[in-house]
Write a protein that binds this ligand. Structure first.
Ligand code: PAF
Length: 286
């Protein structure tokens, strides 16, 4: 693994020149978009990038347009030096760290809205969120021009929304999901886990355990209503406030009554002030 510090780019022209050089030399470029506050989940994306490509660019930008007015944009953890050190350890070649004025210069007036996939799950709970994500990711893809971009499956709806936007807009990039990285007790890694109090952290693994129980109880086309009701009750008993808990078609994200095709159990729940999301596949191994 390369130990060298990734080259940091804050200027778009310089970044584009470097990536164009790599591509001209026939090197496959992989983009890992992030909002910083990096953890092992992000590093797994960089590792996958190194496995499938020759050059890995990680972007770090806390995107204001995907946060609602009462969400955690201002307190979202930011530690660029620590992030760059982690990217060095993971072997990223470049860090793209644009300033807000580069992403959203005065007069910026375009947004990308993906319908359908954004109408359920996190969509109604976070109005405007997916439009902010689709817009910033499209910009990042056009800025870096990678061959492949990698996203964690923890944000499964985000992954599907980005795949749809890229297909609809004919962007010449492959979007791939990478399996969720978990703590030993099952908690999905997330930059927001650091908001949890010790008591909340102790309760948090229940989220994944309940998803796994529901996935097991709904395999083979069994009705989902019973396992979902039991799962919701178990989460509320453990101190979660459940925003949604559903079994959905893995492609359309529409709720299903029986998981007869590829499906996911997806959840969003608050533990205190911290909103956690997670999902597991029903029909695949997890
Ligand atoms: O998943 C994230 O960290 C963000 O939503 C992303 C994809 C980097 C866009 O800001």
């Amino acid at each position: 693994m390369s130990e060298s510090i990734p080259q940091r780019f804050s200027d778009l022209v310089t970044l584009r020149r470097r990536v164009a050089d790599w591509r001209r030399a026939g090197e496959r470029v992989v983009l890992v978009p992030t909002m910083g506050a990096l953890h092992e989940g992000h590093l797994a994306l960089v590792a996958e990038g190194r496995r499938i490509g020759r050059r890995v660019v990680a972007s770090i930008f806390v995107n204001p347009t995907q946060f609602g007015p009462n969400e955690d944009f201002s307190r979202y953890p930011r530690d660029l030096e620590a992030d760059l050190a982690l990217l060095a350890r993971a072997g990223a070649d470049a860090a793209w760290t644009p300033a807000a004025e580069i992403m959203y210069p005065p007069g910026f007036s375009t947004r990308i809205d993906v319908s359908g996939l954004t109408e359920g799950l996190c969509g109604p709970c976070r109005p405007g969120h997916f439009s902010g994500v689709a817009t910033v990711v499209t910009k990042l893809l056009n800025q870096v021009v990678p061959d492949v971009a990698l996203f964690g499956e923890k944000d499964f709806q985000q992954l599907r929304v980005i795949q749809q936007a890229v297909a609809d807009l004919d962007l010449a990039v492959e979007i791939r999901g990478v399996p969720t990285v978990r703590e030993a007790d099952g908690l999905a890694l997330s930059s927001r886990n650091r908001y949890l109090s010790p008591e909340e952290r102790a309760a948090a693994p229940r989220l994944h355990a309940v998803l796994a129980e529901i996935a097991a109880g709904t395999r083979g086309g069994m009705p989902v209503a019973g396992p979902l009701a039991e799962g919701r009750a178990a989460l509320e008993a453990a101190g979660f406030h459940v925003q949604y808990l559903a079994v959905c078609d893995a492609r359309t994200l529409e709720p299903v009554e029986r998981a007869n095709g590829p499906a996911r159990v997806l959840v969003a729940a608050f533990l205190g002030r911290t909103r956690l999301i997670d999902n597991v596949a029903v029909r695949e191994a997890f």
